[in-house]
Design a protein around this ligand. Structure first.
Ligand code: PXP
Length: 238
């Protein structure tokens, strides 16, 4: 069984585009849960371009499944997480000019910094996942940094031309196995869509997927609950 966590950031993107108070990501999260999502993910970015602090505070109160906060490993974000206490934090790299999170976290290049961030979140009772490329050295470094989970970046698989897709998928599968053998829980995400999700969901070590853009985009036409249910069907979970 693979759990589906819904990233509702892009409901907030639509709200921020006009500076209105709607659409509100809070009811979107509740609807996703009613449709069968097992977790809600939000990314509080340094520039607050979509999710804002008020969303995080309210999500903590209304999410009944599991709240995963994506964030950069900065002092500001770690301070906020330690107060709000999501169930899990996923540490991601953040660059202001990027449209969305582009690469994985470079854990091997900053083992001391990442380990300190993980330790500080653990002290507050928060589980920690690291969003990384499915590379052997990053997986090994994630274990050494004390992470509970790794989220393997599926962007290259999703963007690959048909001729390279099997190779990218094999990299993710190998990474998932290595991580699980090291005792890490394994998630995956980024760029997943209704037509390319099944192959990733079928990798036995991957227990959780984080999916946002494709589901919110479909929800514009068919509603949040239907969009979540259709994704569960595409994953082979219904
Ligand atoms: N996982 C992580 C760590 C992300 O940063 C994102 C994008 O916010 C996602 C998953 C979801 O990606 P997408 O919106 O392409 O489904």
């Amino acid at each position: 069984m693979t759990r589906l966590h819904i990233n509702v950031d892009h409901v907030a993107t639509l709200r921020q585009a006009r500076g209105t108070c709607y659409p509100d990501p809070i009811p979107a999260a509740a609807m996703a849960e009613m449709a069968g999502a097992q977790g809600i993910t939000i990314h509080l970015r340094e520039d607050r371009r979509h999710i804002v602090d008020r969303d995080l505070e309210l999500m903590r109160k209304v999410v009944t499944t599991l709240l995963n906060l994506e964030m950069a490993a900065t002092d500001e974000m770690i301070g906020i997480a330690r107060v709000v206490r999501p169930d899990m934090c996923t540490l991601v790299p953040e660059r202001r000019s990027e449209r969305t999170t582009e690469g994985g976290l470079v854990v091997a290049g900053d083992l001391a910094g990442v380990s300190a961030a993980v330790g500080s979140l653990h002290e507050a009772g928060i589980r920690v996942s690291l969003f990384i490329a499915a590379k052997s050295e990053e997986i090994e470094a994630s274990r050494r940094a004390g992470a509970d989970m790794v989220e393997l970046h599926t962007g290259e698989y999703c963007d690959a031309p048909r001729s390279r897709r099997a190779l990218e998928l094999a990299r993710i599968a190998e990474g998932a196995k290595q991580a699980a053998d090291l005792g890490l829980a394994v998630a995956a995400g980024h760029g997943l869509h209704y037509h390319n999700v099944r192959q990733v969901a079928d990798i036995p070590e991957i227990e959780e997927l984080n999916i946002g853009h494709a589901i919110i985009a479909r929800a514009v036409f068919c509603g949040m609950e239907a969009a979540v249910r259709e994704m569960l069907v595409s994953m082979g979970e219904r």
